[in-house]
Write a new protein. Structure first.
Length: 312
């Protein structure tokens, strides 16, 4: 449930920008300006960040966050058995929401002039804030992850205040965002049906840079598992501009892994079946094939995490 919800609400934060007003002619140029001016905590001069992520939800798992301006975000989880995969995926989602390693929403949702129709109009929030309302609707024949997306942008500070997304299944995901005095994400409240998720982020300082310090995620609603009602992630041992080990971002080369004929989903099922039989060599091969040949598939992140947990 948690991963499905954050698939839609975390990318909304990729619209963060500086407080410099911009004038745009249409929805696409507004989106382009927002993404080009995004800074968040990835300020000039910050080239790498390493941090330990601690969460009571996975007490036996050692989680390390690596971020490189050149290579992006990587979260490694070790120990704790199969549960470590879930720990790594969870922390990766939330650290992106803190403003580190965010992907552009235009890329996440494929928002281009060829894939969606877009409009822009003036609007007002309940608190009186004047906003620009961007609406994106997939063009006929385009199979995207949503039916409609509405983004409301503070026209004075140029920060996204609200995002309303209607999924292909007809669910409406409503996300409201507030910021701290430095213009960084502070609180995000998202509703999907009867489930409400609140995520707050606090920051610390490391030298002249702002870094994530703590995140609290609370979920309420029917059928929410007890362990998901309240989760905390604390970031410690933060290092900035330190050298990241070369093997952290190492990926299998295409020539080293046989090209599969199966889909990513089929390979993932085969890997799970192999693990149940104790055939770890086959499981590793199937997972490597996903990571190598389907790097942009939703299964790739899970496959990468699972591969790293298997015995060498």
């Amino acid at each position: 449930m948690k991963r499905r919800i954050f698939k839609f609400i975390v990318p909304a934060l990729a619209f963060f920008v500086s407080a410099t007003p911009l004038i745009a002619e249409d929805a696409f140029s507004t989106l382009d300006n927002l993404e080009k001016n995004y800074v968040g905590i990835e300020k000039a001069g910050l080239n790498t960040l390493i941090a330990k992520a601690l969460t009571p939800a996975y007490p036996e798992t050692a989680i390390t966050v690596y971020w490189s301006r050149e290579k992006g975000l990587k979260v490694k989880a070790e120990g704790g058995g199969p549960a470590a995969m879930g720990a790594g995926l969870m922390v990766e989602s939330f650290v992106r929401a803190a403003g580190l390693g965010l992907k552009k929403s235009s890329e996440e949702f494929k928002l281009t002039k060829e894939t969606v129709d877009a409009t822009i109009e003036a609007g007002t929030l309940e608190d009186g804030t004047k906003v620009s309302v961007l609406t994106f609707i997939p063009k006929k024949g385009q199979d995207l992850d949503f039916k409609k997306m509405v983004v409301k942008v503070d026209g004075k500070k140029w920060l996204v205040r609200q995002m309303v997304l209607t999924t292909k299944e007809g669910e409406e995901v409503i996300t409201n965002i507030t910021y701290n005095k430095d213009g960084l994400f502070a609180k995000m409240v998202s509703s999907v049906g009867k489930v409400k998720t609140t995520m707050t982020t606090t920051y610390g300082e490391k030298g002249k840079f702002t870094v994530p310090a703590k995140q609290v995620i609370e979920m309420e609603g029917p059928n929410v598992p007890e362990e998901m009602k309240s989760m905390t992630i604390t970031y410690s041992d933060v290092e900035v501009n330190a050298k990241i080990p070369e093997d952290v971002f190492a990926e299998p080369k295409v020539g080293d892994v046989p090209k599969p004929t199966e889909t990513a989903a089929q390979l993932f099922q085969q890997a799970q079946a192999a693990m149940q039989k104790g055939d770890m060599d086959t499981a590793k091969l199937k997972l490597r094939q996903i990571v190598t040949y389907y790097p942009n598939d939703p299964m790739a992140t899970a496959a990468d995490m699972m591969f790293k947990q298997l015995p060498k």
